[in-house]
Write a protein that binds this ligand. Structure first.
Ligand code: CTP
Length: 424
């Protein structure tokens, strides 16, 4: 996708968020647990994204799902018997191990985890894991007691610490064994996302980013608040994209309906002053702060501790408001005072003269980049999944084409990567 240029920052190579899976050679190892059927969906997601998939099943996994299912989904023979003359000669565990860009094991049972941690290679899956140089991503799934058993936890720690193995999940919920708790296989979409993260270029590795998202709710009484229409989608998309590219992300989130993205720290706040406190804790140790939150500029002056009653407040109540601090402007001023501090990126949601107001805010708040968008456009702004933004910098403006918020997040981060590189 190309960016329409209006001068300013030069053209650059962009990171394609779907690229990590396209054309990747992925080994999907299926362990012998009831969640094995969910691996079918995972394989479908991988092949749909353009990956080539080689499935390896443990012997017990074949009791849950027939190898033919995976063969039909991948168009490749399934490898489940290391000592089968046909399978070993046609597939070959060393070739599979060498060719793999990534090995994903879903479900990773307690038994598979234990064998991997011990370096045992007594079947096709464990032999490939021991022979490969590619990253290995485990999606554990088992009974809650097996998961919480100190031996399972120690095995997993050993794999993570000694072998650099990646782990996604498990989730919490009702398990097939009728227990409730941790042990549920992560959702296939989350496993695919984690796989993308492992495969993605790590151009933000070693960087610490604080990203704010969502609205703030300013209390009027314990029941009511003043809020705004921000859904948090843009900020959440930025946080997930930055984490995928290797950043250590702290997401400071106002109230939203969105689930916490996997693999990053989320600090939930309600109002502007709580967001200010979270920024005071996290911003100054960060390389960059991206303020995608729609922070209320005003709050009810004296919120009531008890619910305001209709009969007590009269027929035409007046709410007096106090000004909230300008958090981004405060960071800009403090950075100017200190002479150093994080890269600062703001958002300007406008309804008219979009770039003009964004440029004024760029100067007033003393920041490096303002992302401007027209929130009245039907395909941009609040609650929709797409956005159309202009990057406004001291050196010029650059209009990005309409794209999904995920895509826009990556385009913004492309620029953040460059701006961070230019600072050192
Ligand atoms: N912002 C902030 N603190 C506030 C209000 C806004 O840090 N009290 C940040 C937002 O997160 C955003 C940027 O400042 O990154 C611009 O927000 P916006 O609401 O567009 O600007 P305001 O300064 O509030 O100006 P106005 O509402 O008059 O357009």
């Amino acid at each position: 996708m190309s960016a329409a240029s209006t001068g300013g920052p030069r053209e650059r190579r962009m990171f394609d968020p779907a690229a990590p899976l396209a054309d990747a050679e992925i080994v999907v190892g299926v362990g012998g647990g009831i969640a094995a059927y969910k691996a079918c969906e995972l394989v479908r997601l991988f092949t749909k994204a353009g990956a080539r998939v080689q499935v390896i099943m443990t012997k017990r996994a074949t009791k849950f799902v027939g190898p033919l299912t995976f063969q039909a989904l991948t168009g490749r023979m399934v490898f489940h018997d290391l000592f089968s003359l046909t399978q070993e000669s046609e597939i070959g565990h060393i070739q599979v191990a060498d060719r793999a860009d990534l090995v994903v094991i879903a479900p990773a049972t307690a038994n598979v985890i234990a064998r991997l941690a011990a370096g045992i290679a007594d079947d096709a899956l464990t032999a490939v894991c021991l022979a490969t140089r590619s990253p290995v991503l485990l999606a554990p799934s088992m009974n809650v007691n097996m998961w919480q058993h100190p031996i399972t936890q120690a095995n997993l720690r050993r794999l993570v610490d000694v072998a650099g193995t990646f782990v996604v999940g498990p989730g919490d919920g009702f398990l097939a064994c009728r227990w409730t708790g941790p042990g549920r296989l992560a959702e296939p979409a989350d496993i695919a996302e984690a796989a993308c993260r492992v495969l993605a270029p790590q151009d933000l590795a070693g960087k610490r980013l604080v990203i704010t998202a969502g609205p703030t709710f300013e209390p009027l009484d314990p029941v009511r608040f003043l809020g705004n229409r921000s859904s948090g989608k843009m900020g959440y998309a930025l946080a997930a994209a930055a984490a995928r590219r290797g950043a250590a992300v702290t997401l400071v989130a106002g109230p939203t309906a969105l689930p916490d993205p996997v693999g990053l720290d989320v600090v939930h706040v309600e109002d502007a002053r709580a967001m200010e406190a979270a920024l005071a804790t996290h911003a100054w140790g960060a390389d960059g702060v991206i303020m995608a939150a729609a922070i209320a500029d005003f709050r009810p002056g004296t919120p009531s501790e008890k619910k305001l009653k209709r009969t007590e407040i009269g027929l035409a109540p007046v709410i007096s408001l106090d000004a909230n601090p300008d958090l981004l402007g405060g960071l800009g001023a403090e950075r100017a005072r200190r002479g150093s501090g994080p890269l600062l990126v703001g958002f300007a949601a406008e309804t008219h003269d979009v770039v003009g107001y964004a440029r004024a805010k760029l100067a007033a708040k003393q920041v490096d980049l303002m992302v401007a968008n027209d929130v009245t456009a039907p395909d941009a702004g609040f609650a929709v999944d797409t956005n159309r933004v202009v990057l406004v910098e001291p050196g010029g403006d650059r209009e990005l084409p309409l794209a999904s918020k995920r895509e826009v997040a990556h385009r913004i981060l492309d620029r953040v990567v460059e701006l961070l590189a230019a600072r050192v």
